[in-house]
Design a protein around this ligand. Structure first.
Ligand SMILES: Nc1ncnc2c1ncn2[C@@H]1O[C@H](COP(=O)(O)OP(=O)(O)OP(=O)(O)O)[C@@H](O)[C@H]1O
Ligand SMILES: [Mg+2]
Length: 384
């Protein structure tokens, strides 16, 4: 966080004077725009030639040059922050900061000081004066992510800033003016939240000046290939050895519904690049969740069935960067399989042992070691 004393420009803007008028809508400068568009296209271009994405992109480009508040809605992972960054990069504010705030991730009692800053000693723990995100975004864009998660008292405070363009740091009664463009985003249905008394209607209308809804990936599957290629290109330019997806793999990925949207696609591409650096990725290399419900051709089905008989494959696991305790992890898998076999065989140990293709005595030993009772979780007898 930048200290107020580091920021003479911001300090000079502090004022208790009559409020300045809200900044007029910027007139787009064609020369500046040519460079800005090229930069934004490279970085945050909202990929896709589908009719829905074409409309979204046109709306983002139309609103970018103005100071209009934008409300971006869409499911998780549909690219809301990317869209906001695209608008900022195409706007005359692009040389000033783009400051994201995740309103859902910051505890309600800290959000006020996070947004507006605080004076030294304003509350326990406020050991120094700090500027808030509004001040950090001065002249630029403030991205209020997950706005639907903001508490009602905080919504009142935000509404005042949007209406009057002034705020006070926590612990100060000195008003500060601000020139910040607001882009808000949420995966929630704000009109539903208004009906449920969780979101203020007046704030909604202030934010919803220019609404843009990002479509889920399952509704624009024709964009999947281009998106995957872009993501792999990004992996390549960050020094990774990217995979090449075969036509078959792309066909199967297009059959999947992508509940996690572009974020899930990006995660999968990254995972495949780690597992198969510089190699082609075909249907059998895809994690089973992507092939499970896909209409596989007979030859593909045989390969996938052979693979599942061979047990889990590297691509079926998420390995966190901090690693996992291998021994405990394997034991947990063993415990889960034993419990599953016992449930499926109504707690008959001999039958469960058959299912797991081990001796009954071996299974009994393992159950003793792990403290598993034969009858637990099943309705049947606990016969051994
Ligand atoms: N147009 C795009 N081209 C390539 N990758 C993209 C694009 N848009 C988004 N992504 C990728 O998808 C990920 C998710 O995007 P973003 O964080 O903008 O989504 P979101 O809607 O804000 O998600 P959440 O609701 O989970 O916060 C990004 O990290 C980025 O890697
Ligand atoms: Mg987001």
């Amino acid at each position: 966080m930048i200290e107020a004393s580091d920021s003479p420009v911001h300090a000079a803007r502090d004022t208790a004077e009559p409020l300045p008028a809200a900044p007029a809508a910027a007139v787009p400068d064609p020369l500046l725009d040519a460079g800005a568009i090229a930069r934004a296209r490279n970085l945050y271009f909202p990929t896709g030639q589908s009719p829905r994405m074409t409309v979204v992109r046109r709306l983002l480009e139309q609103v970018a040059p103005f100071n209009t508040n934008v409300l971006i809605t869409g499911e998780s992972g549909t690219g809301k922050e990317w869209a906001a960054r695209y608008v900022h990069a195409l706007s005359p504010r692009h040389q000033r900061p783009f400051v994201p705030v995740n309103c859902g991730a910051i505890p309600a009692d800290l959000l006020e000081s996070e947004l507006f800053g605080h004076e030294k000693g304003a509350f326990t723990g406020a050991i120094a004066t700090r500027i808030g995100r509004f001040e950090a975004a001065e002249g630029g864009t403030l991205f209020l992510d997950e706005i639907g998660d903001m508490s009602l008292p905080m919504q009142v405070k935000l509404l005042r800033v949007l209406q009057e363009r002034v705020y006070e740091r926590v612990g100060s009664n000195r008003s500060r003016s601000c020139d910040v463009r607001i882009i808000a985003a949420t995966h929630r249905d704000l009109e539903e939240a208004i009906r449920g008394g969780k979101f203020r209607e007046d704030l909604f209308y202030r934010l919803n000046v220019f609404p843009i809804e990002l479509p889920p990936l399952r509704e624009r599957k024709e964009d999947l290939t281009e998106l995957a290629m872009n993501i792999l290109e990004r992996c390549r330019s960050s020094g990774q050895q990217a995979v090449t997806l075969t036509g078959g793999a792309l066909r199967i990925l297009r059959c999947y519904d992508w509940p996690g949207n572009i974020r899930e696609l990006a995660n999968l591409m990254e995972r495949l690049c780690v597992l198969y650096p510089g190699q082609p990725v075909d249907i059998p290399n895809l994690p089973s969740r992507y092939t499970a419900n896909a209409p596989l051709r007979e030859t593909d089905r045989e390969i996938v069935t052979r693979r599942s008989a061979a047990g889990p494959q590297p691509q079926d696991f998420e390995l966190p960067t901090e690693g996992i305790p291998l021994k405990a992890y394997i034991e947990n898998i063993e415990i889960a399989l034993i419990r599953r076999a016992l449930v499926d065989t109504d707690g008959v140990v001999a039958h469960a042992a058959q299912r797991l293709q081990v001796q009954r005595t071996t299974l009994a030993e393992k159950m003793k070691r792990y403290g598993i009772q034969a009858g637990e979780g099943s309705q049947g007898p606990s016969a051994a």
